[in-house]
Ligand binder design. Structure first.
Ligand SMILES: O=C(O)CCC(=O)C(=O)O
Ligand SMILES: [Fe+2]
Length: 328
């Protein structure tokens, strides 16, 4: 199998910018995925974050139920629930989510020193959790902004557009735990919705991406994070950069797998339109081909994911979306 001999490239953030730009460009064109090294997040913070994740998932079920998932804010605890379309079985992932939903207020500002400030969040009853996750979100938010700069160079974007698309990206932090079972997928095949996803995993392999030649493993690499482009980038570049389908198939018996994703979107209020800088045939796989703001797009995707057709799903006129799931 030829795909198995290949591997996704690594963007080294300590290398000269032109080199990072060239690597990201070819990686997103070919795979939709790359590793990033010298990302600036300390190993001790990575450990601390995984400690926080383990502590949340180890809470008594009742405590986790008190942190119930709120779909329109994209926060809270999710028990394993996603149906894996291939096997028809439930997948094995459990999640806890935080989001910068303070941005849902019109013209909201975002504090880069504390991106979660102003968000409605449920903090789990775990000592030190809030401080750790505020720090984690701050550092990963900054990393996403750096990656955006490289992404914008990779498409030759004008400077005015940069600020419009990436002054206040909306982000979701999702801590994941995959149950230690091998006869079921950890996460079924899917593409991410946003701009760039930054993924940090423990040392249990499992992530695979769909390629023309089959499923390609993207195993953990020491000191590297994994980054992939989502559907917003696919739409924005007319498919020039891929939003690749991927899945998780944990491969070590008896050992749970932990990973934490930062799902970033473009600026919450920005209207995302296909790039003028990229010409050529529209290869986008994204279903919605109308330009929409990130906020409306996000609300639309949420409606879709809970099975409401867009016409039954009231989208607000501006970016201030419903705060209450019952309004759907
Ligand atoms: O845990 C992983 O390796 C991937 C998670 C993922 O793809 C997702 O949550 O969207
Ligand atoms: Fe994903």
């Amino acid at each position: 199998d030829e795909a198995l001999l290949k591997s996704v490239p690594t963007v080294d953030l300590s290398a000269p910018t032109e080199e990072s730009v060239a690597t990201m460009q070819s990686a997103l064109k070919q795979w939709g995925f790359f590793y990033v090294k010298n990302h600036g997040v300390s190993a001790s913070l990575v450990q601390e974050q995984f400690g926080a994740a383990e502590a949340v998932f180890a809470l008594p079920t009742q405590d986790k139920r008190n942190l119930t998932f709120e779909p329109m804010l994209d926060i809270g605890w999710l028990a394993s629930q996603g149906l894996d379309e291939e096997s028809g079985k439930l997948d094995t992932k459990e999640g806890f989510m935080l989001s910068t939903n303070g941005l849902f207020e019109k013209n909201a500002s975002l504090d880069r020193e504390d991106p979660l400030k102003g968000s409605r969040l449920k903090w789990p009853p775990v000592k030190g959790y809030e401080a750790t996750m505020r720090r984690w979100t701050k550092e990963l938010y900054a990393l996403n902004l750096k990656l955006n700069d490289i992404l914008f160079d990779a498409v030759g974007l004008q400077s005015a557009e940069r600020g419009r698309l990436a002054s206040r990206p909306f982000v979701i932090v999702k801590q994941l735990r995959y149950a230690p079972t091998l006869d079921q997928l950890g996460a079924g095949s899917h593409a991410d919705w946003g701009s760039l996803t930054v993924l940090v995993t423990d040392d249990v392999p499992g992530l695979e991406i769909e390629t023309e030649e089959g499923w390609l493993p993207v195993p953990p690499r020491p000191d590297c994070f994994i980054v992939n482009a989502g559907d917003q980038v696919d739409f924005w570049t007319r498919g020039f950069f891929k939003s690749a389908n991927h899945r998780v198939r944990p491969s070590e018996p008896g050992k749970p797998r932990y990973s934490t994703a930062l799902f970033a979107y473009f600026d919450y209020e920005a209207l995302v339109t296909p790039l003028a800088e990229i010409q050529g045939e529209d290869l986008t796989k994204r279903a919605t081909k109308e330009p929409v703001t990130t906020g409306d797009y996000f609300a639309l995707k949420l409606c879709e994911s809970i099975g409401k057709p867009p016409e039954d799903c009231r989208l607000p006129s501006g970016p201030t979306i419903m705060h209450d799931a019952s309004e759907l």
